[in-house]
Design a protein around this ligand. Structure first.
Ligand SMILES: Cc1cc2nc3c(=O)[nH]c(=O)nc-3n(C[C@H](O)[C@H](O)[C@H](O)COP(=O)(O)OP(=O)(O)OC[C@H]3O[C@@H](n4cnc5c(N)ncnc54)[C@H](O)[C@@H]3O)c2cc1C
Length: 421
């Protein structure tokens, strides 16, 4: 099929980042009025909310990633694989790390965020994250290879995992690891005594899932405890060592694997873009989502910060901000004034494990348990990109939750050498 893009005189919109926000902006721009170029460092867009399923052997990495070229082409936009290195706002040009320069009429920055360690000693060196597909595959392969070593080792070796951060990611990972230990571990590695694996979840705030209301937080905590997770709320991590963590009260507890799910910030490289940054390095935007002081440069999604009305760093705000920025570019192209962004809160959800989730709608309605879990599943399938991913995810998750405890359901890989290889 030939590419049917607008003619060469149409304004050129560059979108950096093919996540929720960037692709939503591309969608809003349509394919008739502007020439669109989407740049991402990866060939694929990652569906981060299901990474913990890849990390626990329930989904394949391909289930949660979708080729950017498949979204943008053949008639929508051009896709370039590349890393944004610098922005020349005066000259309306971006430079990629490989030296390529591209001119733009409008630029939408949607590069997301990465882990921040709040200066905790040893955290950067001794923890693994769960932000990328590679992180999830590393976690899965590491956990499985330790199970295999425990299976071969008659010395009753123990395996302690510490998850730092009791937000949705930490809760989802801890709950699913608990189920992995209690069901899949015994089926796949029958020689391993599950009581030799310990899962600890550490949260600095006084409760898990702080953005949720207390009743839902308590439910999540009870459900995690039922899955054998050792929960420490109101507990700080002072230091992370290669095989232990030091808690705020000075106690050192064993931790063979420490997962950092405690906070995010703009990547350090964002500082090279010469644009105003606010808390955690996020790009400061005006109410219409244009970067402060800029007429043609927008920032959306996790990387953007509107100081007066900061949006939560979640998929919905990213989708809505991306859509808004695309619509504002069209308005500017038509000689119209921009309009301010306002976030439409559709609620929040988090899952703890099989048939266990919490859903909080904006106007008071709350659901827990099996109905919440099915709502969570349906919504995640809906927002996944691509029918193939929806089908494989539905099959893999159904298989996981039906076959666990009956000898199947765990996807395995090779033993990795290092988290960052
Ligand atoms: C493990 C995990 C679980 C989550 N679970 C949930 C959930 O259940 N519900 C929810 O609402 N939210 C969840 N979130 C948050 C949600 O995923 C984010 O808020 C959302 O992805 C933000 O979208 P974005 O488009 O701003 O950034 P991203 O989705 O992170 O996309 C950014 C894109 O930019 C690319 N990029 C970055 N820098 C550059 C560069 N310099 N050059 C080129 N490309 C670049 C990246 O490769 C990436 O494709 C979760 C996040 C994580 C990490």
């Amino acid at each position: 099929m030939t590419r049917q893009l607008p003619d060469a005189s149409a304004p050129h919109v560059i979108i950096v980042g093919a996540g929720f926000a960037g692709l939503s902006a591309a969608r809003a721009l349509g394919r008739k009025k502007a020439r669109i170029t989407v740049i991402d460092r990866n060939l694929y867009s990652t569906f981060q909310p299901l990474l913990y399923q890849v990390a626990t052997g329930g989904l394949n990495p391909g289930d949660v990633s979708y080729a950017v070229g498949g979204f943008t082409g053949p008639r929508h936009a051009k896709y370039i694989k590349g890393e944004l290195a610098s922005v020349d706002s005066e000259g309306r040009q971006v430079k990629l790390a490989d030296g390529r320069a591209l001119g733009f009429d409008y630029l939408i920055l949607a590069g997301g965020v990465s882990a921040t360690y709040f200066g905790v000693k040893g955290a950067a060196e001794n923890t693994v994250g769960l932000y990328t597909r590679a992180d999830a595959v590393f976690l899965r392969d590491h956990v499985m290879s330790v199970f295999e070593q425990m299976s071969a080792d008659a010395s009753n070796r123990e395996f302690s995992i510490t998850i730092v951060g009791g937000g949705a990611t930490g809760v989802e990972l801890a709950g699913t690891l608990g189920e992995l230990r209690d069901a899949a571990l015994t089926a796949t590695f029958p020689d391993v005594d599950p009581s030799r694996m310990f899962i600890r979840l550490v949260e600095m705030m006084p409760a898990l899932l702080m953005p949720f209301e207390p009743k839902l937080r308590d439910y999540a905590q009870r459900q995690l405890a039922r899955r054998g997770v050792d929960i420490h709320v109101g507990t700080e991590i002072r230091e992370v060592r290669p095989a232990s963590v030091v808690l705020g009260d000075g106690r050192e507890v064993p931790s063979d694997l420490t997962v950092w799910a405690a906070g995010v910030a703009a990547a350090p490289a964002v500082a090279d873009w010469g644009l105003p940054q606010g808390k955690h390095g996020r790009l400061v935007v005006q109410p219409d989502m244009r970067v402060q002081g800029q007429d043609r440069i927008f920032a959306v999604g996790d990387v953007a910060l509107q100081p007066d009305q900061p949006s939560p760093q979640l998929a919905q705000p990213a989708l809505q901000e991306g859509e808004h920025a695309g619509a504002q570019v069209l308005r500017l192209m038509a000689g119209q004034e921009t309009t301010p962004f306002s976030y439409h809160d559709k609620g929040m959800m988090a899952t703890i494990g099989r048939r266990s989730a919490v859903v909080q709608f904006p106007r008071g309605m709350r659901i827990t348990g099996t109905p919440a879990w099915f709502a969570w599943l349906g919504l995640h399938l809906f927002y996944l990109l691509g029918n193939r991913n929806r089908i494989t995810t539905l099959i893999n998750l159904s298989y996981r939750y039906i076959a666990w405890g009956h000898g199947g359901g765990v996807i395995v890989g090779d033993a990795p050498a290092s988290p960052h290889q």
